[in-house]
Write a protein that binds this ligand. Structure first.
Ligand code: HEC
Length: 250
């Protein structure tokens, strides 16, 4: 280091003394602490010095690491790297349910559970009402239109003791089937009928019809929000509706 020449130090001391002299009347109080702080200053660093020397030995590595740590911890970094995977999985859960819980068959299965299972069994195996599963209902109603008409009108419209369904089947009304036309929407009735035919009885034609209906509804070509009036609806009307879906879809 360059040494400060003696004469410069003297000049500085003289200047300081002159300044102190000028401020003697007003600022002597300030000048004294200022002078006192100068010798105190070396004392302050001298105290931490032994501590700084002693510190590295007793401080455990993890304590030092904790003090030094200011970045993202390693475990958080791992978590952050998993974030894209989580995001993809999360989006996946958002997109899957709509495929399973919408559409006319999904509506139909809910309606069946709520309105029909009590008499026909949870899987259509039968109860106080006939079995509908394993092709049984397809034998009674060869067409979806006739099946829809039956569910809309119930047994009252046909009348006690009268035949219903395919003649060869020989079914006679005994009077226990409610009419659903006023209760359920067209969508719900078509849904529950296609649920019975496609899912409970395994008809692929009716599964295709359900898909065509979903497509038509999705495209805005079909509105199934109204009701089928049990006292006036005819099988021809229903058949026409179903045909229009099949034509529009293909
Ligand atoms: C209160 C009991 C009961 C409920 C609820 C009920 N059904 Fe029925 N269902 C019957 C009875 C009883 C018959 C037989 C016809 C008759 O005697 O009236 C029948 C017959 C049927 C048949 C004809 C089966 C065949 O092969 O002869 C179909 C299809 C049917 N029901 C569908 C439905 C649907 C769809 C629902 C729900 C929306 C439903 N049922 C709710 C009692 C019920």
């Amino acid at each position: 280091m360059t040494e400060i020449p003696e004469h410069l130090l003297k000049r500085a001391q003289a200047a300081k003394a002159k300044a102190a002299g000028e401020e003697a009347d007003t600022g002597s109080g300030d000048a004294v602490p200022a002078a006192a702080s100068t010798p105190a200053a070396p004392a302050a660093p001298s105290a931490p010095t032994p501590v700084a020397d002693a510190a590295p030995a007793p401080v455990a590595p993890y304590v030092a690491a904790a003090h030094a740590r200011r970045k993202i911890p390693w475990w958080a970094a791992g978590t952050l790297m998993l974030l894209p995977i989580w995001a993809i999985a999360y989006v996946g859960t958002l997109e899957r349910p709509p495929e399973q819980t919408t559409g006319v068959l999904a509506t139909g299965s809910h309606v069946f559970e709520a309105r029909c299972a009590s008499c026909h069994g949870a899987t259509g195996g039968g109860g106080s009402g006939y079995a509908l599963a394993d092709g049984e209902v397809l034998a009674t109603f060869p067409t979806a239109a006739a099946h829809i008409l039956w569910v809309a009108t119930g047994s009252d419209v046909v009348g006690l003791g009268n035949p219903y369904g395919d003649q060869a089947r020989g079914r006679i009304v005994e009077g226990g089937m409610p009419a659903w036309g006023d209760v359920l929407t067209v969508e719900e009735i078509i849904g529950v009928v296609l649920h019975e035919r496609a899912r409970l009885s395994g008809s692929t034609d009716d599964a295709d019809l359900a898909q065509a209906i979903d497509d038509a509804v999705h495209l805005g070509e079909l509105d199934l929000q109204g009701h089928l009036d049990p006292t006036t609806v005819t099988v021809d009307e229903i058949q026409e509706l179903l045909d229009s879906v099949a034509d529009g879809g293909h």
